[in-house]
Design a protein around this ligand. Sequence first.
Ligand code: HEC
Length: 241
Amino acid sequence: MKSFVLFAVTAAAIAQDGAALFRARCAVPYCHGQAGSAGRAPKLIGHTYNSSAVFSIVSGGLPAKGMPGFDRDLTAEEIEAVTRYVMTFAGAGPRKNEWGISSRTQLTPELERSRNLFFDAARMNGCGRCHEVDGWGSKVGPDLSRSASWNLRGGSGKGVVTARIGAETFPALVLEPGSVTRLWDLGSRLPVLRTVAGADLQTDAASRWDHAAETRAYSDAELQLIRPFLQWARKQQPDAR
Ligand code: HEC
């Protein structure tokens, strides 16, 4: 019920919620300071983590560094709200994943530009919000380093359904159906992994979710510039010919 109420509030309210949750849970004495300043834990202003890294650090913590995980205390929606708030402190420069690795593979400047565009932080991690390539990004959509499709705007919408839980309706990708169902909620800017009771969930194969809408932040010319990175990633596959 709590998660439903949270889902129903507007995006602006979610952002505010993130700030309030941050103040209550993260900016406590001995941890992070107010509004991202330093406490005993590092300051977050100017951090260079990508949003999927922030999401997974807030969820699972960084045990080696004494940062606790919050996945038992906060709902996925609340963790997303905190993530969005923490992303407002992000600095410029290449993004790091949760292991602090800012660049897994040394690339030529041309490929580097192509990759940065794919994972563009200014666009909330761009394509990397939903696609993982070279160990980065989120595994919501298919692995593009193994995909045969070159229609970067398109996407067929295959597999995306309309999910209904009570009065709540949202586009979703179901991962594991069953008495407890895991699904990606594509209704928010940053897809959220949710666990719902199968008995409460209804799905309709028809969906108005449109991949093209998700890529609207990129011009055609920019999509062309992304290709070399994907071409490179495909060649890295062990079975590539
Ligand atoms: C909000 C999530 C989301 C974002 C952002 C997103 N995609 Fe996708 N993408 C998906 C999903 C889900 C699918 C599978 C369903 C479909 O094909 O529409 C997909 C499918 C694809 C496919 C087809 C793959 C195949 O093998 O059928 C391509 C190519 C693709 N995306 C490229 C991109 C590129 C390039 C970007 C960035 C410009 C991007 N996507 C951004 C979610 C996303």
